[in-house]
Design a protein around this ligand. Sequence first.
Ligand code: FAD
Length: 478
Amino acid sequence: APIIVWFREDLRLSDNPALHAAVQQDCPVLCVYIHADGCEGTRPLGGASLWWLDKSLRALSEDLEQLGGRLTIRAGDGSACLDELIEETGAKAVYWNRRYGKAERDIDAAIKSRLKDRDIDVQSFNGRLLVEPWVLKTGSGGFYKVFTPFWKALRDCYSPPAALPRPSSVKGPQPDTLKVSDLGLHPTKPDWSTGFDAVWTPGEAGAHARLKDFLEGPVDTYPDDRDLPGKEDGTSGLSPHLRFGEIGPAQIWRATIAAMEAENIQDAGGWKFLSEVAWREFSYVLLYYRPDLADENYNDDFNHMPWRTDKDALKSWQSGQTGYPIVDAGMRQLWETGWMHNRVRMIVASFLTKHLLLHWRHGEDWFWDTLVDADPASNPASWQWTAGSGADATPYFRVFNPITQGQKFDADGAYVRRWCPELAKLPDKVLHEPWAADDATLNRAGVKLGTDYPHPLVAHKAGRERALEAYETLKSQR
Ligand code: FAD
């Protein structure tokens, strides 16, 4: 009887523990994807994620076909679809790789117990994390709430399990299936994804190409270049591939360690890169222990925060029209490519929550809809980190200065000139604060402030002071 391998956030064939275990059994294997988006309390995917999923499922289907198999696609409630497939194929087992959100864990636990009652063998595996959230504990037995000791513990204890080969063939029953196109995943209203194709190759092959390119060059300068948004390929660009499990963190770990051991890359870059991968792990610890991470302040002092309501300001932020070039460049990069550089994510998030004093949830939601790497753990954890309400967060009084951040990390203006072309002819000296340019300079650059490019939504000093005052009120309420 066949074994069902239920693919979810692990859209790859190599180093896939559930698939590998099924193939080892020497019986027919039925590879299944069930589109149950938004079912039973799970968070519906954002538009950019749906775009990625569409392409990723196509890639997985093609890869399976090359191995003589097929991806069987269904839509609807996961439990009901599995029941139908068991009925149709006589499957005797269901294997999957684990998920860590609360709703997903509840769904999986309920399915597992129900199927076990019917003598269906259910096995689950870790295909998504280096170390699952419950493994590493602090000396007092709690979970890690601070990144540095978490990273130290992870680095000291982790050694990756042996790599699992890509199966040489995956054959099994072929019950009725939907086509990927039947799922209607591609965003349509509005379709802002036209620029994504130029940047991304969703799927397992695309993921490995990224990793290879990164380890063959940029990783050595990563400790410095990772903060420079204008630098092409300064970071790996692996985040959406990791998000959909087209590559696993253990694969990244093994490849990076091997490159360091072979002295193909320097230790400084290799370890810095792995420590960033560990931030993703840390975010999953937070999500696991605080399942409401995307909805509630991790630090409930922030429940009293006097956030403002200002729809126009939110809209200006979303559309990259705040009047701060580095912020606007970031928001436009996000819209055009589905991705934003990490340094700029921090700057735009600080600007929204501090200068504009708008709730971090507005930003988290926008990122959720527009990022191709929108992640249920890393996105809310990073938003709360920037807002100051999160675990191991930036101190509340740290208000990024969007002018000096721009001058420091985009000193030659390559990033701003790329994403805000209307400012391209301004000299470096005023590029990050166009309002400081005199009329002659603006004229020469062909920039009319208020027409070609907006005046700042709020002056830096006034925004900073308003934020600090609001954050002060939290102290008095403690
Ligand atoms: P690299 O620098 O090449 O890093 C390698 C991998 O490490 C990344 O692919 C990612 O998986 C992980 N990583 C790196 N930095 C972080 C971090 N700070 N937190 C968690 N994981 C990290 N990352 C997401 O994957 N999804 C999100 O939804 C997301 N939302 C964010 C929101 C805000 C406000 C901020 C400040 C950061 C957010 N990040 C998120 C983290 C980070 O910006 C991205 O992981 C990174 O920019 C991805 O690019 P890369 O793959 O080239 O990263």
